[in-house]
Design a protein around this ligand. Structure first.
Ligand SMILES: Cc1cc2nc3c(=O)[nH]c(=O)nc-3n(C[C@H](O)[C@H](O)[C@H](O)COP(=O)(O)OP(=O)(O)OC[C@H]3O[C@@H](n4cnc5c(N)ncnc54)[C@H](O)[C@@H]3O)c2cc1C
Length: 381
């Protein structure tokens, strides 16, 4: 057993941290206040490999290992939650399923430009107005085969990156009579006639990460845009979520780490009763608990990533990492605000934004209740 990151992984962390410190952190408040996507920084991520992460070199990515990819999302999230979510979704929800299930032609056509940062980002649309946790029973968006095309009708909700995407992978029901075998993932170019991308949702946090509703009205794409084998869409979506939940756990850790660092610095500077508040035991306990929980979340998350990288089962471990890390982020950010007192409630201090940003982590890509359900299924089987 070896808990040491390799030299390569450590160097990668340092490089991404330096990038995030320079390009993301100084602009995090602005992108939140103005609900503006940080394109300037994201454009610079292509040459650094941050838009390809685990995508094999053969298709233009850097092909980093799964632990390094997790570290990258953590460090980006430490700098800016909004940009972290966009990059996590691009890599984990779009590049990853293309790399895993796509044909050589699909990878050349769709994955290579995404992974090399030529053009815009990628997205995955699973959720619908009536279907989030229950995708198998709830998905209504229809794709009907018409000769050499699929014709899509229906609507999706809460699609991260949709308005800044070139490519959206869409979960559709192709054969309602086939139950869970009647769902498929279909690659839809964002400029396809018949696809309308709604305005950016007004959100509590992560405002610099666009989230959109989608409407499909006789939206026609070639039959060969089917991703992977017909009838396997739900299974592919669940496999994709196993991986991308590790990314959300990493993002939660990055946000918790950022809030923790703010709290430590503030505790050393703020004085009450003649001493820095860091000298009060109540404050020290909050910091000690935060440091311990962040480390525990990190270990669970890196382990899940390592298992994934080894090609070993990781459904339960990814759910545990996501469940724990997201709930740790909530507690750590809550206490970071407490340590700041009244100033923590002010938008002048980063902990206010980070607290709002982290709130999604127990919801997106499967709520905490769904993670517990996944874990319980494994425990009880
Ligand atoms: C900012 C943001 C970005 C997002 N990005 C994407 C994206 O890129 N692509 C995408 O497809 N989706 C995306 N989503 C959607 C997200 O994945 C869903 O919101 C999430 O999976 C929950 O689904 P729901 O909102 O429909 O809640 P519901 O499924 O309606 O759940 C409501 C409540 O009931 C609970 N619940 C449901 N079923 C059970 C059960 N069996 N047992 C116990 N409790 C249960 C849930 O835990 C929750 O508390 C995003 C959402 C947000 C807010």
């Amino acid at each position: 057993m070896d808990f040491q990151l390799t030299e390569e992984q450590q160097m990668f962390r340092e490089a991404v941290r330096a990038f995030a410190e320079k390009e993301l952190k100084p602009r995090a408040r602005y992108v939140d206040e103005h609900a503006e996507f940080n394109w300037e920084a994201v454009r610079k991520m292509g040459p650094l490999g941050l838009l390809g992460l685990t995508t094999p070199e053969e298709y233009g990515g850097p092909g980093v290992d799964a632990v390094s990819a997790t570290i990258a999302i953590e460090e980006i999230g430490r700098g800016c939650g909004s940009t972290g979510l966009a990059v996590a979704a691009h890599n984990g929800l779009c590049c990853a399923p293309l790399a895993r299930f796509g044909t050589h032609e699909q990878k050349e056509r769709w994955l290579r430009p995404l992974a090399t940062g030529q053009g815009r980002l990628g997205a995955l649309a699973l959720t619908e107005p009536g279907a989030g946790s229950d995708l198998s029973g709830g998905v209504q968006t229809r794709a009907i085969r018409d000769g050499s095309s699929w014709v899509l009708n229906g609507s999706k909700m809460w699609c991260t990156n949709a308005s800044i995407a070139d490519v959206i992978i869409v979960l559709c029901r192709t054969r309602p009579e086939a139950g869970t075998r009647g769902l498929n993932l279909i690659i839809v170019p964002a400029d396809t006639p018949g696809l309308t991308i709604g305005p950016n949702e007004k959100k509590m946090g992560l405002r610099g990460s666009p989230t959109n509703a989608l409407t499909f009205e006789d939206c026609r794409v070639p039959y060969e845009n089917l991703l992977g084998e017909e009838g396997h869409g739900l299974q592919q979506a669940l496999i994709t979520l196993d991986g991308s939940r590790i990314g959300i756990a990493a993002l939660a850790i990055g946000l918790a780490q950022a809030a923790f660092e703010e709290a430590v610095n503030y505790a050393k500077e703020r004085h009450t009763f003649g001493v820095p508040i860091a000298q009060h035991q109540a404050i020290q306990w909050m910091l000690a608990d935060a440091a311990t929980e962040i480390e525990a979340a990190r270990l669970l998350t890196y382990r899940a990533a390592w298992l994934m990288g080894q090609g070993r089962p990781h459904t339960q471990e990814a759910a545990m990492a996501k469940l724990f890390a997201s709930e740790v982020a909530e507690r750590v950010c809550f206490h970071a605000i407490q340590i700041h007192g009244g100033y923590g409630y002010s938008a002048e201090f980063p902990v206010e934004r980070i607290y709002r940003d982290q709130r999604l982590m127990t919801i997106g890509e499967g709520t905490s209740e769904i993670q517990r359900l996944v874990i319980a299924r494994h425990v009880l089987k």
